[in-house]
Design a protein around this ligand. Structure first.
Ligand code: PAN
Ligand code: ZN
Length: 186
């Protein structure tokens, strides 16, 4: 049965949801094989193993007909010049998803196996992810990049798809800006 109506407070400056669901923390040691410079990633993971991003979920469960939300915070940084990013995934049950920028500067990289799209994100911008497009988020700034995600509870998360097909591009630091490079295997 559906859950009861909920009031959830979103603290955009902290990235917290109250009441809260599970909190996920991804460090460089969780991101093996995702950056082009795998030796650089491994050195840093074997060192102080920095947090790359956190995902604070709302209490709304990931089940059919519900509409869960989460707040992702990607900390600034780069590995071999490649900006901090999420693992990226495809929804096995293809359904749309919306992101809303809350803090910092980032980008939404989308790939459908053939085409690649890039949406610059900042506070107040909605990034729309159509069904069938794998998506990865990147912090292109020097402060935390934060966004709200809202997605159908039955969509599921397939991380293997991105490992197999890549994301079409990689995002590297380029002076004070960034550059989109062709995708290369790790
Ligand atoms: C987001 C992502 C979140 C973390 O909530 O799950 O930003 O990225 P990864 O799941 O790729 O590690 C979302 O797109 N949910 O569907
Ligand atoms: Zn998603």
């Amino acid at each position: 049965p559906p859950i009861n109506p909920l009031r959830i407070a979103l603290a955009a400056a902290q990235g917290t949801l109250t009441p809260e669901g599970p909190l996920l923390t991804r460090r460089l040691s969780d991101l093996e094989g995702l950056f082009a410079d795998e030796p650089a990633r491994k050195r840093a993971a074997d060192g102080d193993d920095p947090v790359v991003y956190t995902v604070a979920a709302s209490p709304v469960p990931e089940v059919a007909r519900e509409l869960p939300q989460s707040v992702t915070t990607i900390l600034p940084g780069a590995v071999g010049g490649e900006f901090h990013m999420t693992k990226g995934h495809q929804h096995p049950d293809p359904q749309g998803e919306i992101y809303l920028g809350l803090a910092g500067r980032g980008g939404l990289l989308l790939h459908d196996g053939t085409r690649t799209e890039w949406i610059e994100m900042e506070p107040g911008v909605i990034g729309y992810i159509p069904p069938g497009w794998a998506h990865r988020s990147v912090n292109i700034g020097d402060e935390p990049y934060r966004f709200l995600a809202v997605y159908p509870g039955s969509a599921g998360h397939d991380y293997g798809w991105v490992v197999k097909h890549g994301m079409g591009r990689r995002v590297f630091r380029d002076g004070a800006s960034y550059t989109l490079a062709p995708f290369s295997a790790a």
